[in-house]
Design a binder for this molecule. Sequence first.
Ligand code: AVI
Length: 326
Amino acid sequence: MNEPALQTEEARIEESVAAVVREGLTAGQKRLPPWLFYDEAGSRLFERITELPEYYPTRTERGILTEHAAEIVALAAGGRRLRMAELGAGSADKTRLLLAAAIKQQGTVLYEPVDVSATALEAARERIEREIPGVRVAPRVEDYTRGLELEPEEADERRLVLYIGSSIGNFDPQEAAGLLVGVRAGLKPGDTLLLGVDLVKDAPTLVAAYDDAAGVTAAFNLNLLERLNRELGADFDLSAFAHRAVWNAAESRIEMHLVSRRKQRVRLKALNLDVEFAEDETIHTENSYKYAPGAAEARMTRAGFAAVESWADDRGWFAVCLGRAK
Ligand code: AVI
């Protein structure tokens, strides 16, 4: 990306950080949106999370895709040539399994990662073109949560959109429904969506996945405050906040919070804002929704997809669902 484009992207991010932080930290239940996790340090910590023994989603989904990639790609193509879009700038080894299956099926494949960050897309393009011969990458800078707009495909082609990694789990039910409707609107009848969802399971397993023994998820959560210190001139004392992960069964979600260990006041210089915390008051930083069996398929159906097939692991911990645009 050229310098001015990079500067525009940075300015845009700075502005939205300031706006969401002001709004979230002056609300009754203080909150910060989970997209704030992913600065450079946060993205590195997330990579480490995906390798933790307690964090089963990544390796479970990878297992499902390892076993079924060829079948998924064949079903999605339905005898035509397939191109593959992905919401988010590539989920590395899992995307690779599907791209490799498409190359095996048809020789080459066009891969269209969609992300708000041109920087993340450029990195994905460089990595994938270098590592997987036969893939041509056509990145698209776009906020897919507001709808999906892709290059029209050729008449004899079909598009498979990947939304894997349980990313949909970080949206509440209404947002998730809206997101799927927006994705459907960007597709032609016959195109497909592959959705990866984490399934409801026993609470101790769920909580451990978001509160690991090595403290990597705690560091990931606390890194948010580090980011606000750096980017908004805030003076959060990280040792005065604790990581908390709770299973909210009524809402079917894991919630992550940052808990104030004492009564305190924090100054955010760039916002000219002072925020008071009572002892034990929390900032709600993330929801990670867990789906009941069949719930993802029902949500896809309501958004205008016909359920084609779903695959789960033996324990029924994670599901990957293929739906065809009607
Ligand atoms: C990115 N997302 C699907 C992860 C999840 O499991 O909800 C983010 C995460 N938060 C804590 N650990 C992982």
